[in-house]
Each structure stands twice: as structure tokens, then as C-alpha cells.
Design a binder for this molecule. Structure first.
Ligand SMILES: C[S@@+](CC[C@H](N)C(=O)[O-])C[C@H]1O[C@@H](n2cnc3c(N)ncnc32)[C@H](O)[C@@H]1O
Length: 514
């Protein structure tokens, strides 16, 4: 068998047809549904580049290729385009979506290609094994996975791999672990994944798998400022490993930017060092792995940091004065809340005499701790308003997991806030530090910085300390903050409370010691 199997024209012609099919099916679906189903295909230039590298690692004389999430077959096209005729014996794959499957089937159906319109995670054809797996699996965030599906996936990974997957994991984590049973001894695998698994807690199970069940060869991270991906909010990397049992120490390549052939940065790190490294994206940033020796003052030495309130549905729970009046709602159920950073003009929020932010359109958070019976009996207008959210807001992920769907988290106002995402530049911080003189709380588009005792003491002694602290935060070195945050596609940066707490800020030490 071989690529001569394709009688309909050259692979290049088939690729042209595939691109048209891909666009046709993509356009027939809403962006929201594509996000929920993880349907962002790999641009062929990237699929080709990845495939060339994968083929350079797989030295077997024949290729049997496995693709658990085919789409229209970008990687099938790349395989056939980049391997010599007769080298490919077999191509086997799954695609759950009928529309993508139909197109893939029309394009690639032949003696050598066997595709199934089935859910890869539950299908089991693992009596057959393959020596090359290259894919871009569905990312699908955990809150889009049905509760039962998540439990089923966790149970399957436990049974097959004896590994515990966190409930916060995206679908791609299950894909990677459940594909193990299809791998022949020595199989080469390339997974195009969101880089975040390298840094977040739920990624630990994947890192354990890569370090202990296979031989990790390389992780190439694409530069998010320079990316070809449609799903521009995700920063992507390709994880390369070989299915072999290896106990001794070895070196793993970490590269960043450019292409596999010509990365902007590349360095090797031993498996042993990598096992001790918490955030793998930092390996290419020339950052000291074990920062336990760090003695510099960090923000977390002076502040307790929490993420702002996750309301579950800002559009429903955050209202302006006019909406509150129109619905005849009692102001006692509302507390002031800052607008999102996008809608905040300045970085200093003054207060009016009520403690509300002195801004053009103050906003208020609906925060009621009463149960339904009491609301119905005592506050019928409020109940009328809540009723409007029963079929929509109440069914959303966060709301339905609360004791009462309309209860809000507890967060006290604080004078110091930091925006949770931003872009920035070489000389401008990606995140904004806000000085808040009002009693407004803030949503989860901010991190809230609560001064610890040493700072509180200084503030009590001298009110001007507020501005000094604010200036100290605004003067943080861009590099110091970028090292701790994460970068997403298109250069978007995010920082979590734990990460912000590790950012160096020597000026705070001076303020406390003055
Ligand atoms: C990120 S896209 C990538 C498609 C293709 N591999 C590529 O690189 O262009 C992931 C594909 O997986 C499919 N998919 C999602 N869940 C699946 C499942 N449980 N089993 C098989 N395919 C699935 C989606 O419909 C989508 O076509």
C-alpha cells in the first residue's frame, strides 16, 4: 500500500479541497458551538511543519498513523504530503462530529484510511497499535463537559492508566491519556496542546505521565505574538514523546518561538531538573527553576491576594442605578462594584459621600442572602427579578454549584487592585494597579490585594502610605511581573493570585521599613 492509493488527484489537490470543506463546515457552525466542541482546525502550514518534525523522529520503515480527532484531516493531508510514497501503511482515526467526519470521509476514504464517526474517548479498537500519533485534540474547557461525561472520563483514565485527573482538566487531557492504549512500543507522538497545562495544577497528571510513563523528547511553544491559529486566545505548544519505558535520566529539549527547525530559543533540561520544576513554560525563559532561595521582597510578603468575585453572570447580577429603579429593587440588596478594567478610565477611583465610586455610571452587585420563601413573602419585586434568571443564570456552571444560585461569594473592598489580564509592552506593565478610595468590591476581572499587618500598620500611621504603596506597585519591573504571569495567544497576559504574590517588589520592603 502507499500514497498511490489516492487516485483522485495529487495530495495538493486534495488539500485544496480539504481547505474548502473545512471552511464550509466551520462557517455552518456558531463560534460558541465550535468552542464547546473544540473545533479549531490546524492551519496546514503548521500541520506540515509539525508533521515534518514528527517524521524525522519516527525512523521505522513503515508508518501506521493514528489521529484521535481527525476534523477534516489536516494531519492526514500533512502526512501524505510529507512522507515518501509506500511508507504509509495505515491511517486510523476518529471524528465525533458528523459534518467534519463526512468531509473527511469523502476526501480520504481508501484502503489505507479507516475513519470512524465515533467518540474517541469511549470507542475501543485498541487491539490495533500505531507507531505515529500526531494530533490537535479538542481543547474543550472543563465547564463545558457534562458532569456525567466528566465522571466517566475520570473513571476510564483511572481504570486504564491508574491516574487521577482533576475535574478542572480540559478534554484534551483525557484524550492524551486515553490514547496511550493505541501506542505501539517506540511510537512517536506529537500533541498540539494549550501551553497552560505546563503551569496549572490540573496539568500535573499530564506532566507525571510525560515524565514517568513515556520518554518526553521535546516541547516546542509557539510565540503567541506571532501565531497562525484561529483560536487566538490559546497559547499553543507541541509536546513530543516516545512510548518507551526509560528509567535513567535524559535531556529534554524546550524550544520557543519560530518553528521546530528554527526556534527563537532552545535549551535542554534534564528530566531530573524538570521533575523539580513547577512551571514548565519558564524553562525557556532562562528562569531559575527552584526559586526557594529567592530572598527578594515579593508582593505576597505584604498582601493577601484573592481573585475578585465570580458572580456567575455579570449581566444578571450587576446593575446600574436605572436598572435597579426600573425593577423597583431595594438598594439594601446591592453593594457597589467597580466596572471591569476595560470600562475604567483612570487607575484611581475616588469615592462620593456614600462610599460609592465617583464615576459616571456606578454599578451595583445584587447580593442577597435570604432564602426563596423569605424573598417571595417580603420582597416580591426582588423575586420577580430573580425569576427572570431561573432558566438562564441559575443553570450556569457557577450558579448551579452554589447553595442558592443567587448567593454571592464574600469579598471585602480593598484599596489595592490589579487587573487580571492585559497586554502591555516592553516598557509598560501588562496589568493595571488600581487605587480604590471607595467601598466598591470588584469582579474576577481583578485581583484584590489586602494589606497584611506590616503594611496595615504603616497605613494607620500615615494615610499618604496609600499613594506610596500604589506607586511601588506601579513601578514593578515589567520582566519581574511577566516571569510570573502566563501568556496566551495574541500576546494576552494573565496573572493568578499565587503568581502575583511571587512578583518581586523591593519598594514595598522600603515602605514597611521606613
Ligand atoms: C481542535 S480540532 C482539530 C481537528 C484536526 N485534528 C486538525 O488538526 O485540524 C478537534 C476535533 O476533534 C473533534 N472531537 C471533539 N470531541 C471528540 C471526541 N470525543 N471524539 C472524536 N473527535 C472529537 C472535533 O469535532 C474537532 O473536529
Amino acid at each position: 500500500m502507499g500514497t498511490q492509493n489516492f487516485r483522485f488527484g495529487s495530495i495538493r489537490d486534495l488539500e485544496k479541497k480539504r481547505k474548502i470543506s473545512q471552511k464550509k463546515v466551520d462557517d455552518s457552525k456558531s463560534l460558541d458551538s465550535r468552542k464547546k466542541n473544540g473545533q479549531f482546525s490546524t492551519p496546514i502550514e503548521i500541520a506540515d511543519e509539525i508533521m515534518k518534525y514528527g517524521l524525522s523522529l519516527q525512523k521505522d520503515s513503515h508508518i501506521s498513523f493514528f489521529e484521535p480527532a481527525v476534523g477534516t484531516g489536516a494531519f492526514i493531508s500533512a502526512l501524505l504530503n510529507n512522507s515518501s510514497p509506500d511508507k504509509v501503511d495505515k491511517i486510523f482515526g476518529f471524528e465525533i462530529d458528523e459534518d467534519y467526519y463526512e468531509e473527511a470521509h469523502k476526501l480520504w476514504n481508501s484502503d489505507m484510511v479507516e475513519l470512524f464517526n465515533e467518540d474517541f474517548t469511549t470507542a475501543d479498537y485498541s487491539n490495533k497499535k500505531y507507531n505515529l500519533l500526531i494530533t490537535n485534540p479538542p481543547y474543550v474547557r472543563h465547564h463545558y463537559l457534562e458532569k456525567e461525561k466528566k465522571a466517566q472520563l475520570q473513571a476510564m483514565v483511572k481504570k486504564e492508566m491508574d491516574l487521577d485527573v482533576s475535574g478542572l482538566s480540559g478534554l484534551y487531557c483525557y484524550f492524551l491519556l486515553l490514547a496511550d492504549k493505541y501506542l505501539d512500543e517506540g511510537a512517536v507522538c506529537g500533541w498540539l496542546l494549550p501551553s497552560e497545562f505546563m503551569d496549572v495544577n490540573y496539568g500535573k497528571v499530564i506532566k507525571d505521565y510525560l515524565l514517568n510513563r513515556v520518554q518526553l523528547i521535546r516541547i516546542h511553544r509557539y510565540n503567541p505574538n506571532n501565531c497562525l491559529f484561529d483560536d487566538a486566545l490559546v497559547s499553543s505548544c507541541v509536546v513530543w514523546f516516545k512510548k518507551v519505558d526509560i528509567t535513567e535520566n535524559y535531556n529534554v529539549e524546550f524550544s520557543y518561538g519560530g518553528t521546530h527547525d528554527k526556534p527563537e530559543v532552545s535549551k535542554f533540561i534534564s528530566k531530573r531538573e524538570l521533575s523539580a520544576c513547577k512551571k514548565w513554560t519558564h524553562v525557556t525563559d532562562a528562569i531559575e527553576i527552584n526559586n526557594s532561595t529567592q530572598t527578594d521582597a515579593c508582593i505576597g510578603d505584604y498582601f493577601d491576594i484573592k481573585r475578585g468575585l465570580a458572580t456567575g453572570d455579570n449581566g444578571f447580577f450587576i446593575l446600574n442605578e436605572q436598572q435597579i429603579k426600573e425593577n423597583n429593587l431595594d438598594m439594601k440588596f446591592f453593594k457597589p462594584i467597580l466596572p471591569s478594567p476595560r470600562n475604567m478610565l483612570g487607575d484611581e477611583v475616588m469615592s462620593n459621600e456614600d462610599g460609592n465610586p465617583d464615576i459616571s455610571e456606578p454599578l451595583f452587585l445584587l447580593d442577597c442572602n435570604l432564602d426563596e420563601e423569605e424573598i417571595i413573602a417580603e420582597y416580591p419585586e426582588l423575586w420577580n427579578y430573580l425569576k427572570c434568571g431561573l432558566k438562564t443564570t441559575a443553570t450556569k456552571y457557577l450558579c448551579r454549584s452554589r447553595k442558592k444560585w443567587y448567593f454571592q461569594e464574600r469579598r471585602e473592598p480593598t484599596p489595592f487592585l490589579c487587573s487580571y489580564m492585559g497586554r502591555g509592552s516592553k516598557d509598560r506593565l501588562p496589568f493595571r494597579f488600581i487605587l480604590n478610595h471607595s467601598k466598591a468590591v470588584a469582579s474576577n476581572s481583578y485581583l484584590l490585594l489586602y494589606p497584611k499587618d506590616s503594611l496595615k500598620k504603616r497605613i494607620q500611621e500615615n494615610e499618604t502610605t496609600y499613594s506610596q504603596i500604589w506607586n511601588a506597585l506601579k513601578c514593578i519591573d515589567v520582566n519581574d511581573i511577566e516571569i510570573e504571569g502566563r501568556v496566551y495567544g495574541g500576546g494576552l497576559k494573565k496573572i493568578e493570585p499565587k503568581e502575583l504574590s511571587k512578583v518581586k517588589c523591593r519598594e514595598l520592603k522600603k515602605i514597611v521599613n521606613q
